[in-house]
Design a protein around this ligand. Sequence first.
Ligand code: LLP
Length: 454
Amino acid sequence: MSQTPVAAVRPARLPVLRSDGPPVGSPWPASARPASGGELLVGGVGLAEAADRFGTPLYVLDEDEVRQRARAYRTALPQAQVLYAAKAFLCSAMADWVAEEGLGLDVCSAGELRLAAATGFPPERILLHGNAKSPEELRLARRLRVGRIAIDGLAEIPRLAALAIADTPQRVLVRVLPDVPAGHHAAVRTGVAGQKFGFPIDGGDAAEAVDRVLAQPSLRLTGLHCHLGSQITEVEPYLTALDRLVALLSEIRDRHGVELPELDLGGGHGVRYRHGDQELDLADFAARVTAHLAARCADHGLSAPRLIVEPGRAIAAPAAVALYRVLSVKHGTDGRTFAAVDGGMSDNPRPALYGSRYAVRLVGRNSGAPTAAIDVVGRHCEAGDVLVHSAELPADLRPGDLLAVPAAGAYQLSMASGYNLVGRPAVVAVRDGRARLLIRRETVEDFQAREVGR
Ligand code: LLP
């Protein structure tokens, strides 16, 4: 490695954040505002100031952005039930906010369920998912009286039926596999044939699961569920899935004489990670899905079931900004520059797992330098630990600088690991110019506390 300064590639053309809010197509929270000295305010709180106060890496969560997004779903789909998919990111404050905004919760483990229950989340608004629910998880769900359970395996049916509570049948959905390809990466395309989720419609597995559920007096089948995939930006796959699900509802009506009252289309609504990325247009989704559901049901002589949607990313991702401190800058002989930061794949595994691309900007210092293509790399012991490839950052980037990554609120902290015993970052909530610590930084003492032998 030489220490010659990086070649300037072009003058700065990062999308400018303006004092009246981020421009159209921006991945930043709506509250993001530039301030003097290169400071960037989110929720009225300076990011550089927050980094100084709470340390880095730091996740800054804009409470109003979460609430506003939850509200936008209720406004766009007033007749539907909106369940926040907790797997995107869950903590007690998040559960409180979505509960207060009138949403329900999709949980997929005893951990998510118990955390939500401990906050007093209304259990009837909780839906339990999972392709491998343990008998204990089913018992817990029943004991806590969760509103619905999505059946995703034949073995669950008798298990759940055996947990009957007198006079209160458990409401269940059957998760079906519509075989519709959608989603940003093969790993998250859960609605296509050949993977582990759901009962295939083709071949009759879904119909058989429905038969078996209907044969259990202690279960009440309220509808069908499907989840196509994640980071979907087009409405069409949802319409194709609706065609298949409504056809199955019609078959169920013909065979059993029952019209199921609910249809859950899952989540998967795509967001912007970088300026100009396409996102799923919520108003368009709401209008077309609602109209299509009504039309297809009319074709089959069915009354339209109540729609359920389960957005996770679209509520959480745009609400958080990840902050990292630059620890070293290396200029390679091949013209590459690496800025190594104090976080990485242990707090955000998405680039390494899916090749996800992010935006990043310098905050807390004004730089007049031209921009250069800089790889923002993590601190972990793998060459693949790259957070942002070829980021456009000031060529004078140096150790001590602070970098901010938007759209950091989903599937980062919820998938964070203990790799290299670095410890998971702290999370602060910001609102109306105030910051409060929600989750403290994980320490080596936390790791040591789990050790009970040597
Ligand atoms: N409902 C079900 C049954 C799901 O499995 C999921 C996500 C959702 C709803 C919410 O999907 P969303 O609206 O957040 O896309 N780690 C991956 C995403 C995995 C999604 C898993 N299931 C990523 O970072 O892209």
